[in-house]
Design a protein around this ligand. Sequence first.
Ligand code: FAD
Length: 376
Amino acid sequence: MTELITTNGVVTGVRGERLATDKSARGVRSTRSVTGEFEIHASAVVIASGGIGANHALVREFWPERLGTPPADMLTGVPAYVDGSMLRVSEDAGARLVNRDRMWHYVEGLANHDSVWPGHGIRVLAGPSGLWVDAQGQRLPAPLFPGFDTLGTLSHLRSTGHDYSWFLLSSTVLGKEWTLSGSEQNPDLTGKSIGDVLGRARKDMPDPVRAFKDAGIDLVTGSTVAELASNMNALTGDNLISSADLGKLIVSRDAQVANDFSKDAQIAAIHEARRYRGDRLIRTAAPHRFLDSQHLPLVAARLRVVTRKTLGGIQTDLSSRALDSTGAPIRGLYAAGEAAGFGGGGVHGYRSLEGTFLGGCMFSGKAAARGVVADQ
Ligand SMILES: Cc1cc2nc3c(=O)[nH]c(=O)nc-3n(C[C@H](O)[C@H](O)[C@H](O)COP(=O)(O)OP(=O)(O)OC[C@H]3O[C@@H](n4cnc5c(N)ncnc54)[C@H](O)[C@@H]3O)c2cc1C
């Protein structure tokens, strides 16, 4: 779709382009070669075209000051069609776009070794035990531990002057605690197999995680700290990691694990997580020293920002009617889902609760359906 058709101030349909058939391989950008055009006329048009995460130019243009400068190097965590093109088209038809600086990106991105779209990044859903350090090997301040505060960590990392950070892990933590986001990375869940989900507790490492370890470009290992540091420096070419400092950090972390009275907030959080049986079984490794030979080799994962959610968008009323710059509904035009900032133009505010985005899509979609029916 490339245009909204407006007749006497009422949106009455859409125009679009037919693209040439394309047999490009998976992960490769498909053709934009136009073979024809089409029009569809209707009494109502609902924009549900998603956000802007695959359009890095737009992400950078609206990147909020509160999150520092936008990264030069980012991975793409949404399909290539999530390019914001319909937001511009809606704006051209008079819709008001609001809260464009509200966005939600992850800092735990790995390059997919089997990309579905160009620059595809997969988010690591890490358990609590990884030691998170910046590009120079400095531990992130409490409480910026894995899985704790997405935007707080993003803001902190943007102040470090580098576009990546590292998770430091033992092999045991990698196998026990890592889950990767996305349907392909969770065949047990998408296959609705309770047995396979429970089987996670028995495996030393899930197959998708092993595939990233073996075929991905972001994970390096070392049977000693010196070897790990050398491999980390070789991966980035930046030479920012001091083996001596990294060794001190891991030894001091390991000492806290052995200390029953540890005041390390992350170690306390690991113990807390293990009080819940589900986390204890498949999500949180029993506390151990990373340098214990049973848990080697050490693992370092280079993490980059992976774009994801657009929290602002087309402003609507409670019936998902798109509003113009005066706040009046544009007749015939509605917006729902991420294109409408998950509802209204930004129902989540600046932050959100992890995993609650689909709810806003469905809720605003239902409101749009009701609005369309009421307006007929
Ligand atoms: C890997 C991943 C994991 C996620 N996990 C969660 C989660 O656990 N919980 C949660 O709540 N949310 C999650 N989300 C976010 C959630 O999936 C999205 O916010 C949601 O799918 C957006 O739905 P939508 O219908 O608004 O847009 P989309 O699902 O993006 O659909 C947009 C549609 O519009 C079409 N389109 C776009 N532009 C045009 C155009 N110009 N012309 C014609 N068609 C167009 C596209 O082809 C697509 O079909 C995740 C997202 C990803 C990518």
